[in-house]
Design a binder for this molecule. Structure first.
Ligand code: AHR
Length: 331
């Protein structure tokens, strides 16, 4: 109820039928659904980042900035500093600046719905990157163009499959979840939990939000360890929380990699080094290098290509067998 009121308020403030810099309005004054993008040599691209407090986010931002400058496009960049409210107002400011198209990495599935609909009402196409929104509230190829991102369910399943092999299907697991309501947190949990359910010897002792953050992951792990000193596996939805969990395990006198197996997702440098030194078992990659694919998608969309609802980013997996050779390409 509150969300729909907010959406209505946002649409009214925006004024349906406005026009973004490079978008095209219908003859009736409204927008196509999703808004079209006029072909140009150079675009004014908005990139709304949700946070900058970890290497994954910094690598993503660097990739977008590098590609924009390679192409001579103008980039309007904002950092929401982990606030859904700020990210909504960041997108509103991009609309006011009449960007041609918006690349949006929404902090959670629901928080950015008003901004997506407001951009649509202003005839500015939105391309979601790295995180998705709730499809019951906004749809691809209608309210926004497409979602470019990893298969998060598959990432969780790949960690579970590796863990089943590594433990012979016997484990007492602590799961550190990403930010509540964020699509990778929801889907990485589903992929992992559904897979371990098939193993009678694997039990999830506790599963708690660590906000995709290293220090929060460390603190949550330290607390959960007191209630569950018998833990044998830690599954963290990203590498930052895994590194925090390793610190907490060591502080509690445990030996990560020996008495507790740690696995996570992302493929950042610190996790690859933890694999090399034996403290972490595996990390499934979640590529942050969105620059080339995002700008290529903008070109295709402006050229009239009908895009898939979801452009799937392919990911690797790192273990002791390939961590060292992939270190130079990590972030
Ligand atoms: O949306 C992708 C996730 O967000 C990354 O896995 C995580 O590290 C980041 O904060």
């Amino acid at each position: 109820m509150l969300l729909s009121l907010l959406i209505c308020a946002v649409l009214a403030a925006c004024g349906a039928g406005g026009s973004g810099g490079g978008s095209t309005a219908n003859s009736g004054g409204g927008c196509a659904s999703p808004p079209k993008l006029a072909k140009k040599d150079h675009y004014k691209v908005g990139f709304s980042q949700n946070a900058s407090n970890n290497p994954w986010r910094l690598a993503e931002t660097a990739s977008i900035k590098e590609e924009a400058s390679k192409r001579g496009d103008t980039l309007v960049y904002t950092d929401a500093a982990n606030s859904g409210d700020k990210q909504v107002s960041d997108v509103q400011s991009m609309i006011a600046q009449k960007v041609d198209v918006i690349l949006l990495a929404p902090i959670t599935e629901k928080a950015l719905i008003p901004a997506v609909l407001q951009a649509k009402a202003a005839c500015i196409p939105v391309i979601l990157i790295d995180r998705d929104v709730d499809h019951t509230l906004a749809s691809p190829n209608k309210d926004y163009v497409t979602f470019i991102g990893s298969d998060f369910v598959q990432q969780g399943k790949r960690v579970a499959d590796w863990m089943i092999q590594a433990t012979g299907g016997k484990a007492k697991i602590i799961e550190l979840e990403g930010t509540t309501g964020a699509s990778p947190a929801i889907l990485r949990k589903k992929g992992f939990d559904d897979e371990v359910k098939s193993q009678s010897g694997m039990q999830i002792l506790a599963s708690q939000d660590g906000d995709f953050n290293r220090d929060t992951g460390r603190k949550v792990m330290a607390t959960l360890l007191q209630a569950h000193p018998d833990v044998t596996v830690v599954y963290a939805h990203n590498d930052e929380m895994a590194i925090g969990a390793i610190a907490a395990l060591k502080a509690a006198g445990k030996h990560p990699g020996k008495d507790v197996i740690v696995a996570s997702i992302d493929g950042e440098k610190d996790a690859l080094n933890a694999i090399i030194n034996g403290e972490e078992g595996t990390t499934v990659q979640s590529s942050p290098f969105f620059g080339p694919v995002s700008f290529q998608t903008i070109d295709q969309y402006a050229g009239g290509t009908k895009l898939a609802d979801w452009i799937v980013v392919k990911d690797m997996q790192f273990t002791k067998d390939n961590a060292k050779e992939n270190l130079p390409n990590s972030f």
